[in-house]
Write a protein that binds this ligand. Structure first.
Ligand SMILES: CC(=O)SCCNC(=O)CCNC(=O)[C@H](O)C(C)(C)COP(=O)(O)OP(=O)(O)OC[C@H]1O[C@@H](n2cnc3c(N)ncnc32)[C@H](O)[C@@H]1OP(=O)(O)O
Ligand SMILES: N[C@@H](CCO)C(=O)O
Length: 305
C-alpha cells in the first residue's frame, strides 16, 4: 500500500527515487475505496488446482477482491465436471456487458497447436478485444501470454528443441518498474513450456517493454507501455510440487522428459523440491493488483449486471 506523507517532506523525493510508492496528501484526499472486480479466465484442464493457486495469491493483499471465474463456452471440458463449471463459473457471454478492474488469463496445454487450431480461439480473440475497453489491466500467464502477444501485436511463437522445464534465476531490466517493486535483483520463477516467443520480435514493437528475463529461460515479463496488458511466460503461481507432478506424469507415460532443472535437491527426484519462488509470486500479484489495477481503475467502473 502507498505511504501517505506531507507534500513537501524531503523523504518523498528520496523514496520516489527508490521506487517506493509515495502518495501525496492531495492525491490521497481524492482516493476512494471499493472492492476490486477481478475475472479469472481459467483455461487449464486442472481448474480446481489453478483456482486455488491464483486465489491464494490475489487473496494476500489488504484489498477486497470480488472474483468471477470464467471458462470458454466453446470448449467442452474433459477434465472438469459440468457440475463444477455450472456451480462456480460463468461464460464470457454472461459477463460481457460488465466492466472489470482486472483479468487473469491462465496457461493452457495447447501450446503445440497453432493458435487457430485451439477450439476456443474465436471466443478468446473476442475476449482479448473486449478486454481493451472493459478491463483496466489484464495479466496473461504462459500460453495466454503467447496468445495475447500474437493477438494484440502479431508476435509469433516458436517450438523449443527441448522443453523449458525447471526453476530459473531472473533479472530485472527496468529498475523503476512498478510491477517489480520490492523484488530482489535475482529471483526465481518456474517455467514449463515447449514454446517461446523471441526477444527480437518484441524489441521491434514500440508499445512493448521487456521487464524481466532469464539467461536460461528467456523472456519472463513483458508489459504494454500503459500497463493494460501484462504477459508472464513463467508460472509463479505454481505450487512447490507442480513441476514434480508434471514430471511424474510424463515419465509414467514413457515420454522423453528431462528432470526439471534447479528443482530437486541434488537433482534427486526422490527428494522433496522446495519452493524458492513463493515470495516473488506474492509480490508480483500484489504489485499488479495495487499499481496496475487498484491505483489505475476508475472508482465508478460502470454496469455490473
Ligand atoms: C504452456 C502453458 O501454458 S503451461 C499450462 C498448461 N499446463 C497444464 O495444464 C498442466 C496440467 N495438465 C495436464 O497435465 C494434462 O493436460 C491433463 C493431465 C490434465 C490431461 O492430459 P491428457 O489426458 O493427455 O489430454 P486431454 O485429451 O485430456 O486434453 C487436455 C487438455 O488439452 C486442451 N486441449 C486439447 N486439445 C485442444 C484443442 N484443440 N482446443 C482447445 N483445448 C484443447 C484442453 O484444455 C484439454 O483439457 P480440458 O478438456 O479438461 O480443458
Ligand atoms: N506446463 C505444461 C506445459 C505443456 O503445455 C505441462 O507440462 O503440462
Amino acid at each position: 500500500m502507498p505511504i501517505k506523507i506531507p507534500d513537501a517532506l524531503p523523504a518523498k523525493e528520496v523514496l520516489a527515487g527508490e521506487n517506493i510508492f509515495v502518495m501525496d496528501e492531495s492525491h490521497a484526499f481524492h482516493q476512494d475505496i471499493r472492492p476490486l472486480r477481478i475475472a479469472i479466465l481459467n483455461l487449464m484442464p486442472t481448474k480446481e488446482t489453478t483456482e486455488t493457486q491464483l486465489l491464494r495469491l490475489i487473496g494476500n493483499s489488504p484489498l477486497q477482491v470480488d472474483v468471477v471465474l470464467l471458462h470458454p463456452s466453446s470448449h467442452v471440458s474433459k477434465n472438469t465436471s459440468a457440475e463444477h463449471l455450472e456451480s462456480f463459473y460463468k461464460t464470457f457471454e454472461e459477463v460481457k456487458n460488465r466492466r472489470f478492474d482486472g483479468m487473469i488469463i491462465t496457461g493452457a496445454p495447447v501450446e503445440q497447436l497453432e493458435f487457430e487450431e485451439v477450439n476456443y480461439w474465436n471466443e478468446l480473440t473476442e475476449i482479448f478485444e473486449w478486454s481493451k475497453t472493459h478491463v483496466t489491466s489484464t495479466l496473461h500467464i504462459c500460453w495466454a501470454s503467447q496468445a495475447g502477444l500474437y493477438y494484440h501485436y502479431g508476435v509469433p511463437k516458436y517450438s523449443l528443441e527441448e522443453k523449458c522445464f525447471g526453476v530459473f534465476p531472473h533479472t530485472i531490466n527496468e529498475a523503476c518498474t512498478k510491477l517489480l517493486r520490492g523484488f530482489d535483483e535475482l529471483f526465481f520463477v518456474p517455467h514449463s513450456r515447449h514454446t517461446e516467443f523471441r526477444r527480437e520480435d518484441i524489441t521491434g514493437i514500440d508499445d512493448l517493454v521487456i521487464l524481466s528475463e532469464s539467461e536460461e529461460a528467456g523472456i519472463y515479463l513483458v508489459s504494454s507501455r500503459d500497463g493494460k496488458q501484462i504477459f508472464a511466460t513463467g508460472h509463479s503461481e505454481y505450487d512447490a510440487d507442480s513441476l514434480k507432478w508434471e514430471y511424474d506424469r510424463d515419465a509414467a507415460k514413457g515420454l522423453d522428459i528431462a528432470l526439471p532443472r534447479n528443482y530437486y535437491p541434488n537433482d534427486d527426484p526422490t527428494r522433496t523440491p522446495p519452493s524458492i519462488w513463493r515470495a516473488h509470486a506474492n509480490l508480483l500479484f500484489t504489485n499488479w493488483l495495487n499499481y496496475y489495477v487498484y491505483q489505475e481503475t476508475p472508482y465508478d467502473i460502470g454496469p455490473q449486471i
